[in-house]
Write a protein that binds this ligand. Structure first.
Ligand code: SIN
Ligand code: FE2
Length: 214
């Protein structure tokens, strides 16, 4: 197989921990359909910077689609059925995203994953995401499916404690990372995005995390 075929189809799944699987290039064939589906989502619910409960402006800009969307403000972190900016329900989860999430979860060993929330994060060069746990969802028995688009990133995969050592996981355009089971509450974050221009996405990284929140 020549190199371009490897790039096109991605390489083999990589198990990073007992219930954490990197699926290199898994979304590559779906990128144009994903971007087409995201366009109306971003028109209805544009990226915005939220504030932590402590009042700090988050570096990552975000929005959501799905029945529930993740929000942060002085009242805390939570899922909301409405966009606090428009007062309207979040845009629906596009079918292409729902299907991709189910397929990726299955490939990583999690059957019957049906997300009801997709957090869309927007990173510029220099933007980082500090170590945190995803713990605002009701059922930690359901995995998280994370799709990377645009500029490459270094994902930090930590342990159950904030102070645990972290594994550095390079994430490229089209990669899908899935974590669940006993890894569901691992701390994780993203190192500052390096300056660059992605041929399809420009000077940004977009990450989609699909969750069963409700
Ligand atoms: C997240 O933890 O919500 C996003 C992770 C990422 O951007 O890769
Ligand atoms: Fe997270």
């Amino acid at each position: 197989m020549i190199q371009s075929d490897l790039d096109l189809f991605g390489s083999q799944p990589q198990r990073l921990a007992s219930h954490t699987v990197l699926l290199p290039g898994f979304a590559l064939g779906e990128v144009e359909a994903l971007l087409d589906a995201l366009r109306p989502v971003l028109r209805a619910a544009p990226f915005r910077h939220m504030h932590t409960p402590g009042g700090l402006r988050m570096a990552v800009a975000l929005t959501n689609c799905g029945r529930l969307g993740w929000v942060s403000d002085a009242r805390g972190y939570r899922y909301s059925p409405t966009d606090p900016v428009s007062g309207q329900p979040w845009p629906a989860l596009p079918p292409v995203l729902l299907e991709l999430a189910g397929k990726a979860a299955r490939a990583a060993g999690f059957d019957d994953f049906v997300p009801d929330a997709c957090l869309v994060n927007h990173y510029l060069p220099g933007t980082r995401l500090s170590l945190h746990q995803d713990r605002d969802e009701h059922d930690f028995g359901q995995p998280i499916v994370s799709v990377s688009l645009g500029l490459p990133a270094v994902f930090l995969l930590g342990g159950q404690q904030r102070s645990d050592r972290t594994q550095r996981v390079p994430l490229s355009h089209g990669d899908v990372l899935v974590w669940g089971g006993e890894d569901r509450l691992r701390f994780h974050g993203v190192l500052p995005i390096k300056p660059g221009v992605h041929p399809r996405m420009g000077e940004r990284r977009i990450n989609l995390t699909l969750r069963k929140a409700g």
